[in-house]
Design a protein around this ligand. Structure first.
Ligand code: NAD
Length: 248
């Protein structure tokens, strides 16, 4: 028996990195998975590989900042697989911002739109279908940068911090309908975002992590699997930090 047998999950940012790992793991655990991303070629390839290995998967092009695209993606998921039980709001961008005085209006708007507002849009699109399905699980993806100050990432961090209270508010609001809403805070995870964001110096970070290594996408996917599954049926509104001990 898979831990997500019979569930239908939509994962954003599933063309690479953590979202890809979540889509692959959820499928291996029995879910039908809709992989949503702006990266059509990579996302289609991952969905095809999942299908080739016996899984039930489809790619949908979705820019998470577009309310109309969200409506279409959720409608596609329901048309293809009959319902929607799980949403992982994983897609995000990282961008060099500089210090507070360097943050351009465009960078602030982009980072807040993709990294915070899009999660609101995703929940607004998915919750009516979860209600129809009799409940559901939403896993939002924050960052340990939501939990402390750091130089040169104030807008990214502010967006991720906004997700904390958005998650907790939704958890309280929808608990009576059996819709659970939780957030994962990854530490430094070895993905294209980290490699690109550090200019290839990602391995230097490992020395500062108590458990002595970078996280791998599967480390986050396993946390998302738990929160998405019925094993977490008494868990809502929590922040799950997966960071190798950095925040300990
Ligand atoms: N990698 C890390 O060290 C780290 C640390 C803390 C938090 N996070 C968070 O984890 C999540 C996954 O990050 P990752 O490291 O796998 O990043 P990644 O860049 O490797 O993958 C992110 C995916 O999101 C997609 N995406 C970006 N903008 C989008 C949009 N507007 N619409 C749809 N898809 C879009 C990208 O195309 C990409 O496939 C993000 O929320 C990120 O902020 C990552």
């Amino acid at each position: 028996m898979g831990r997500l047998d019979g569930k239908v999950a939509l994962v954003t940012g599933a063309a690479r990195g953590q979202g890809e790992a979540e889509a692959r793991l959820f499928s291996a655990e029995g879910a039908a998975v809709v992989l949503a991303d702006v990266r059509e070629a990579e996302g289609t390839k991952v969905a095809a590989e999942i299908a080739e290995s016996g899984g039930n998967a489809a790619f949908v092009q979705l820019d998470v900042t577009s309310p109309d695209a969200w409506k279409a993606a959720v409608a596609d998921a329901v048309a293809g697989f009959g319902k929607l039980d799980v949403l992982v709001n994983n897609a995000a961008i990282w961008r060099g911002e500089g210090g507070i005085e360097d943050i351009t209006s465009e960078n602030w708007d982009d980072l807040l739109n993709v990294n915070a507002k899009a999660t609101l849009l995703g929940m607004q699109a998915a919750i009516p279908e979860m209600r129809r399905a009799g409940g559901g699980a939403i896993v939002n993806v924050g960052s340990t940068l939501a939990m402390h100050g750091a130089a040169s990432s104030a807008a990214y961090s502010a967006a991720k911090a906004a997700l904390v209270v958005l998650t907790r508010s939704a958890a309280v609001q929808y608990a009576a309908e059996g819709i659970r809403v939780n957030i994962i805070h990854p530490g430094s995870i070895d993905t294209p975002m980290l490699r690109e964001g550090t200019g290839g110096k990602h391995l230097d970070i490992a020395a500062r992590i108590p458990l002595g290594r970078l996280g791998q996408p599967i480390d986050i996917a396993r946390g998302a699997l738990y929160l998405a599954s019925d094993e977490a049926s008494f868990v809502t509104g929590v922040q799950l930090v997966i960071d190798g001990g950095t925040q300990a």
